[in-house]
Design a protein around this ligand. Structure first.
Ligand SMILES: *Cc1c(COP(=O)(O)O)cnc(C)c1O
Length: 563
């Protein structure tokens, strides 16, 4: 058994195109973090869920309504079953848990083991067998059962597997924070006591690290104390109210905050917002990144290999992209654009044109992301497109099955497509996933992001675009507050301001978005190509070299793991 000192827990993780154990940004971040840990040989082991049916497979009706089905995949093609078993006590039943192993291999061959937990065992009841089926599925009781399996089952499984040198437990979001309860119980049992003491709490805090990922209140899991008592079989919630509870609910974010010695948000602004949200906790920030080699498309990877040898080992060296000749940047970009257009022809049966300014927008379809903002005034948009000689828009993204508003947003994009089709080509790609994300961020001319501030904790797809020289046009929120140098790495929409009155309908933001497109971006793209290429190079050199998980993981190592 390899010696590991850090355990990384995440409800979702994007490991491979054919392994559907992720829903979106959080899972992709977890996967990218592990890929960088393998590159940098950080002695880490990861724990996540098997999610047999994935998050869901998205299909869209001809008028743009989402339907959900299971993702079909072959577990045995990718994972190795481990012989060890453990159990978790849920609602008074012993639920049996097994683990499947996946290995992430780094540049020099170092491997990080990832264990995916699974309850589909004949010893379990029919219902318990389904507990690891759907990522973020079911009701709140299903969710808490899953969280018990991840946190408590995950920790016990690591013990069974023989990882006995662990001294850091990193909770990627609050979903995993029940592991702290198990650690407290272990401490108490080892000391042969019935009561928890403040020493137990100090011991656990020393070992735990917590990263919070969302300023949206619904993103923080909380449960009634009754439900938590019933499912977890604990009766000490009231007694330890100061650690376990907040007001009247059992809140997994507060649990993690109370039991971690290091807590961070995922961008500078998000760290500050989190501090305001949670009051008296010390909350640092480590800005997210993406795994550079994973998100750089094939033509740019070739270009970097030629001009910046060693860029995969040392992402900082991407700053030398400033010296790559424009003609080569343009040619790599056009090659990757063609790959995207080929996919669109195959999937959607639409022929987009390689020489027309093409804008990409792909992320979770939910109200605060405002995917329809660009369609706020169709007449203005028509006018802008006519002047430009055309405009093409590519959308993708899933709405959570219970998010009716998010589903309506997808439908509204289909309606806009119908209304604008004489002038603007609009395509909505079904079932956004890793492969589609790679082609989109690598193949559009401009990456658009229009969230309602301050709700975008970080955002990472714009970082993926930057690695491919694709500039962003984005609201100043999340990572873009750090990454935007106006007119040099991309463009901002609106100002850095949070206005409680008006931003959801976004009158001012829309005005700014149209103006930037019409007066700046379109003229530069069509008439000052050399300047556009200069911006593309700066996106790589200034943002690709920094907003990557190699830099991010180094900061976790310094501040959280060995700090
Ligand atoms: C990167 C990525 C996301 C997250 O994108 P954001 O910009 O953070 O919203 C979601 N889904 C997939 C498939 C991705 O690759």
């Amino acid at each position: 058994m390899e010696v590991r000192s850090i355990a990384y827990f995440s409800m979702e993780i994007a490991l491979h195109d054919e392994i559907p154990t992720y829903a979106g940004g959080l899972g992709v971040l977890a996967g990218d973090m592990i890929r960088s840990a393998a590159d940098l040989k950080v002695p880490l082991v990861a724990v996540s869920m098997l999610s047999r049916k994935g998050y869901f497979y998205q299909k869209l009706t001809p008028d743009g309504y989402q339907t959900e089905g299971p993702v079909v995949w072959n577990i045995n093609d990718h994972l190795e079953e481990m012989p060890q078993r453990t159990t978790v006590n849920i609602e008074g039943r012993q639920v049996h848990v097994r683990a499947w192993r996946y290995e992430v291999k780094g540049i020099s061959g170092y491997r990080i083991p990832v264990y995916l937990l699974d309850t589909d065992l004949p010893e379990n009841s029919d219902r318990d067998q389904t507990l690891t089926n759907w990522l973020y599925g079911g009701d709140s009781s299903y969710r808490l059962c899953q969280e018990a399996i991840l946190g408590i089952g995950g920790l016990r499984m690591l013990n069974e597997l023989g990882y006995d040198h662990l001294n850091r437990y990193h909770m990627n979001e609050g979903h995993a924070s029940l592991l702290t309860l198990e650690m407290l119980d272990e401490q108490r049992a080892t000391a042969g006591r019935k009561q928890l003491t403040s020493d137990d709490i100090d011991m656990v805090r020393k070992k735990c690290v917590f990263t919070t990922h969302t300023p949206v209140p619904a993103g923080h899991d909380q449960f009634s104390v009754d439900l938590a008592t019933r499912i977890l079989g604990r009766h000490d919630f009231a007694e330890h109210k100061n650690i376990f509870c907040c007001e009247d609910s059992f809140n997994l974010t507060y649990l993690a905050l109370n039991l971690s010695h290091y807590v961070n948000g995922v961008a500078k602004r998000h760290g500050l917002i989190s501090k305001h949200m949670f009051g008296h906790y010390i909350i640092d920030s480590i800005t997210n990144g993406v795994h550079a080699a994973t998100w750089t498309g094939p033509a740019f990877a070739k270009l970097f290999d030629l001009h910046i040898p060693g860029w995969r080992e040392d992402n900082f060296s991407l700053r030398y992209a400033l010296n790559i000749p424009s003609a080569e940047v343009w040619s790599a970009h056009q090659q990757q654009k063609q790959l995207l257009l080929d996919l669109i022809r195959q999937q959607a049966g639409v022929d987009l044109k390689p020489d027309i300014l093409t804008i990409g927008f792909a992320r979770r379809m939910t109200a605060y992301k405002r995917p329809h903002l660009i369609f706020h005034n169709l007449e203005t948009l028509r006018k802008i497109a006519a002047q430009a000689g055309g405009l093409q828009l590519i959308f993708a993204g899933k709405a959570h099955p219970n998010d009716g508003g998010g589903k309506e947003l997808i439908h509204s994009i289909f309606q806009a497509e119908e209304e604008l089709k004489d002038l603007i080509r609009i395509v909505f790609l079904e079932n956004y996933d890793l492969q589609k994300a790679r082609l989109m961020v690598g193949g559009v001319d401009l990456w658009l992001n229009t969230p309602e501030p301050p709700l975008e904790a970080s955002g990472t797809s714009g970082m993926k675009a930057a690695l491919n020289g694709v500039p962003s046009l984005s609201i100043l929120d999340g990572w873009w507050l750090e990454g935007c140098i106006e007119g040099l790495t991309g463009w901002s929409i609106g100002e850095d301001a949070i206005d409680p009155e008006h931003r959801l309908d976004g009158e001012k933001d829309v005005h700014s978005l149209y103006e930037k497109l019409e007066k700046t971006i379109i003229p530069v793209f069509y008439q000052q190509r050399e300047q556009y290429l200069n911006i593309m190079r700066h996106a790589i050199a200034l943002n690709g070299s920094f907003f990557n998980t190699q830099r991010m993981l180094s900061q976790y190592v310094l501040k959280a793991y060995f700090g």
